[in-house]
Design a protein around this ligand. Structure first.
Ligand SMILES: [Ca+2]
Ligand SMILES: [Ca+2]
Ligand SMILES: [Ca+2]
Length: 369
């Protein structure tokens, strides 16, 4: 208001100044239908502001959303497609002067209430890394689809393999944990997967918005956790061969074949001879010192297929979401979830370490009813 008053005063001053020269033109003075300087709205709804001229002749109106001109009349009607922070700039001008007003606009993602299932109901992507279960159950497309609306089992292969699902409603960030990503971890056999969430910011029902990693117990620990890791896997000459990989740190290795799984480990539906997976990485805790009893101990919390249910299982909290720079973000609700194998490790005779997911559900769902 103080600013508006300043503008009014300066407008009056201009009128006074100008009227000394020319009596018939007054600088513009307007009132705006939205007085507040901050506007909060949902994506896909229309924001309307009307300017009414109090004084001034031949007033020209101009409305901009950020640097785009969106109206040249006294009315702004604008639909913000996607969630985010924007500015609206209004100018009323004539030969005698101008008045300006700036709004900050906070657009929230549309929140879908209700829903028929506590479990994920849509599969958007299944891109496993090579592994002993790939190209058959539980590492094929049918396995990934098996988690829709119920429990099932899908294996994501070695490091970087991932699956993307959606809920039929938005899962809100309420007090405590919000989502359970179930796995098949044992007390001494953990295959931790990193969990990412996305809000449908543009409301188009597709996961084409921004992924946010849910920080787990190792987040920020330079000894056990790394961001922006990449591994490229290469199709071997034949199905009986190990699958070679190289990472973006200069390391190379193999996803090794074992005697239990004769089929090709490299996903057969990937037509390229190599493919690169990207994401965050966790140090393996596989201890191969006793080859007959290899163990892979869990991390404390925040991962899929990491701890047994009695010690937290895969329950995660949306409020642990971080952006691409690792900064905490506030998501009101999420619509999509991605689970990605977090370790690149060989478990000896047990084969490569690969995250399994046996169900993904909204922990608040019954409370919604
Ligand atoms: Ca929460
Ligand atoms: Ca979207
Ligand atoms: Ca497992």
């Amino acid at each position: 208001m103080k600013q508006t008053r300043t503008y009014l005063l300066s407008a009056i001053l201009m009128i006074v100044l100008y009227s000394c020269k020319k009596e018939d033109i007054a600088a513009p003075s307007v009132t705006l239908s939205v007085a507040e300087e901050t506007i909060t709205a949902f994506a896909q709804t229309t924001v309307r502001i009307e300017a009414t001229i109090i004084a001034g002749n031949n007033v020209v109106h101009l409305w901009k959303v950020d640097d785009q001109i969106v109206s040249a009349t006294n009315i702004l009607e604008y639909t913000f497609d996607a969630a985010g922070s924007y500015h609206i700039y209004y100018t009323a001008s004539n030969q005698a002067g101008e008045v300006k007003k700036q709004y900050t606009v906070n657009i929230a993602a549309p929140v879908r209430e209700g829903g028929a299932s506590e479990y994920v109901t849509a599969l958007f992507e299944f891109v496993p890394a090579p592994g002993q279960f790939i190209n058959k159950a539980p590492g094929n497309l049918a396995s990934a689809e098996g988690l829709l609306g119920k429990k099932g089992m899908v294996s994501l292969g070695a490091w970087g393999g991932y699956v993307v699902y959606g809920f039929d409603h938005s899962v809100p960030d309420k007090e405590g944990n919000d989502i359970e990503v179930m796995g098949n971890a044992l007390t001494e056999w953990s295959e931790p997967g990193i969990i990412y969430v996305m809000s449908d910011d543009n409301g188009n029902g597709k996961p084409d918005d921004t992924w946010y990693e849910l920080a787990g117990s190792e987040f920020g620990n330079a000894a056990t956790y790394l961001r922006n890791y990449e591994v490229t896997y290469f199709r071997p000459e034949s199905a009986d061969k190990d699958v070679a990989w190289k990472d973006n740190k200069g390391n190379t290795g193999f996803v090794k074949k074992n005697t239990f799984h004769k089929q090709a480990y490299y996903p057969e539906w990937i037509t390229a001879d190599s493919y690169t997976l990207k994401g965050s990485w966790l140090q393996t805790k596989v201890d191969p010192s006793r080859p007959t009893y290899v163990v892979s101990l869990p991390y404390d919390w925040g991962y899929a297929d990491n701890t047994v249910e009695a010690t937290g299982g895969g329950k995660v909290n949306i409020s642990n979401a971080v952006d691409a720079k690792g900064n905490k973000v506030n998501l009101k609700a999420i619509d999509f979830i991605k689970v990605q194998t977090g370790v690149l490790a060989d478990g000896g005779w047990l084969g490569e370490v690969s995250t399994e997911v046996t169900g993904i559900k909204d922990l608040h769902f019954s409370a919604n009813k």
